[in-house]
Write a protein that binds this ligand. Structure first.
Ligand code: LRH
Ligand code: MN
Ligand code: MN
Length: 399
C-alpha cells in the first residue's frame, strides 16, 4: 500500500462528522420553502435518515438536535436516545433555541428584560440536563441576540448579561459535557450582534469556565476573513471546540461544504493536521459538525455529498509533507512552502478513500450506494402518505 494511502487511512480512522437533524427536514429561506416528498417529518424520520447516512459513510455516528424543532413537549429524551441507539447512532450536540419565542424579540440572555433572560437561561440549563439524559457531549449555543439600531441598548450591559448567564450555565455541566459558543457577524441583528466574532466568543467562553470553547461556523465570517488563521489561534489557545461546516458565496448561505471554496476547508484542516504533527500526532478534541440548509438539493444526497467532501479534504490535508514545509519555511522559500500545500490539495485521493471504505466494509461511493438503495423513494412514498394523513402541505416542487 502506498504511504499516502496509509496516511489517509490513519487520518480517516479518527475522523467523525456529525449531521444535523434540521438538514433532513424541509427548510428554506425567509422567502419560502420548497417541499421535498422524502424530507423528514418528525424526529423519528430524522434519526432514520441520519442512521442511513452513517450506515453508508461510516463516519457520522451522531446526529445534532435542535431542541425546539426536535423535542415536542413531553418527549422522553431517554426514549429518543434508545431509539437512536437501536439504529446504530447516538444523539450528538444539543442546540437550544433562543431565538424563535416571542419573548426573545430584544434578545435572550442579552435582553434588557429580565423575564427573557430568565427564560433563556432556564432553557439552556434544561438543554444541559437533556444532554445528560441523552448522553451527549456538547451543548451548542448560538445567540441571535443583538440590536438593530444605534442606541437601542447598552452594548456593555449586554456583554455583562452574557457573561453572567454563561457562567451560571457552565456551573450546571457534568464533567463530560462541553459548552460550545458560536459567533456570527450579523443576521438577524443588523446593527450589532452580541457575539459577532471569534474574539467575543473566546472571551465569553473563557469567562464562563474551562469546559466552554469556541464554535466556528464556516459561514459566519465577513467575506475575505482568514478562517484558517482564526482556527490556528484557537488551536494555540486550546479554545477550538468545534465546527459548523457549510459553504457560502455571500453570507450565511448554508450551501453544501466545499461547493464554492474547497481550498479554504483544506487550509483549515491543514492547520489542524500541522498542529497535531507538532505534538507527536496527538489530535485535539474537536467536534466536527455539519450545519447546512441545502434546501434545493435532495436532503440525503446533499448530506452524503458534504460528508464525502469533508473526508476528501481532511484526507488531502493529511498528505501535506510537514518536514518539507518546515524546511521551506526555514529557508524563507515561499514558493516551495506553498507548493507543499498545493501538491497535497491536488492529489487525487479517490482510491485511498475507497480503500478506507473497503477496510470498513463500506461501498466505495456512498452516493452511488444511496441511490441504489431505494431509500429515498421508499421514504418519499411513505412520508407523502403520512403527510396526507396528518394534513401537512403535500405540494412538492422537487423530488
Ligand atoms: C445560525 C446557525 C446556528 C443555528 C443554526 C440553525 O445561523 O448557524 O448554528 O443553530 O444556524
Ligand atoms: Mn451554525
Ligand atoms: Mn448559520
Amino acid at each position: 500500500m502506498p504511504i499516502s494511502t496509509e496516511t489517509i487511512i490513519r487520518a480517516l480512522d479518527s475522523f467523525r462528522i456529525e449531521t444535523p437533524s434540521w438538514g433532513y427536514s424541509d427548510t428554506g429561506t425567509r422567502f419560502g420553502k420548497f417541499h421535498q416528498p422524502a424530507a423528514a417529518i418528525d424526529l423519528d424520520d430524522k434519526l432514520a435518515d441520519a442512521a442511513h447516512v452513517h450506515c453508508l459513510t461510516g463516519c457520522c455516528p451522531t446526529v445534532a438536535t435542535h431542541v425546539l424543532w426536535d423535542f415536542a413537549p413531553g418527549t422522553d429524551a431517554a426514549v429518543v436516545a434508545s431509539k437512536a441507539a437501536s439504529l446504530g447512532i447516538s444523539i450528538g450536540s444539543i442546540n437550544p433555541n433562543l431565538f424563535q419565542d416571542q419573548i426573545y424579540k430584544l434578545g435572550s440572555v442579552g435582553s434588557p428584560f429580565e423575564t427573557a433572560r430568565d427564560q433563556a437561561l432556564a432553557h439552556i440549563i434544561d438543554c444541559i440536563k437533556l444532554g445528560q439524559v441523552t448522553g451527549s457531549k456538547a451543548v451548542s449555543l448560538w445567540f441571535a441576540d443583538g440590536t438593530n439600531y444605534p442606541g437601542q441598548d447598552n452594548i456593555r450591559a449586554r456583554k455583562h448579561r452574557f457573561e453572567a448567564a454563561l457562567k451560571e450555565a457552565h456551573g450546571h455541566l457534568s464533567k463530560d459535557q462541553i459548552l460550545l459558543v458560536e459567533y456570527k457577524p450579523f443576521e438577524p441583528a443588523f446593527y450589532q450582534t452580541d457575539l459577532a466574532d471569534w474574539g467575543m466568543s473566546f472571551l465569553t467562553a473563557k469567562k464562563a469556565g474551562p469546559q466552554a470553547k469556541v464554535l466556528v461556523d464556516t459561514g459566519h465570517h465577513y467575506l475575505s476573513q482568514n478562517i484558517e488563521q482564526i482556527v490556528a489561534w484557537l488551536l494555540d489557545e486550546d479554545m477550538l471546540g468545534g465546527f459548523h461546516f457549510n459553504d457560502r458565496r455571500y453570507a450565511d448561505d448554508d450551501l453544501t461544504l466545499g461547493s464554492i471554496d474547497p481550498y479554504q476547508i483544506f487550509r483549515i484542516f491543514h492547520e489542524i493536521h500541522l498542529f497535531a504533527w507538532e505534538r507527536g500526532g496527538v489530535y485535539p478534541e474537536i467536534e466536527y459538525m455539519i450545519d447546512q440548509s441545502h434546501n434545493l438539493k435532495p436532503k440525503i444526497e446533499a448530506m452524503i455529498q458534504t460528508v464525502c467532501t469533508a473526508q476528501e479534504l481532511y484526507a488531502k490535508a493529511a498528505l501535506v509533507d510537514h518536514e518539507a514545509l518546515l524546511a521551506a519555511q526555514k529557508k524563507g522559500n515561499i514558493v516551495d512552502a506553498e507548493l507543499c500545500l498545493k501538491k497535497a490539495f491536488n492529489t487525487d485521493v479517490t482510491e485511498a478513500l475507497a480503500a478506507w471504505r473497503a477496510s470498513k466494509g463500506l461501498d466505495a461511493d456512498p452516493l452511488v450506494a444511496h441511490r441504489a438503495s431505494g431509500y429515498a423513494e421508499k421514504a418519499a412514498a411513505e412520508r407523502a402518505k403520512r403527510r396526507q394523513e396528518l394534513g401537512i402541505a403535500t405540494e412538492h416542487s422537487y423530488a
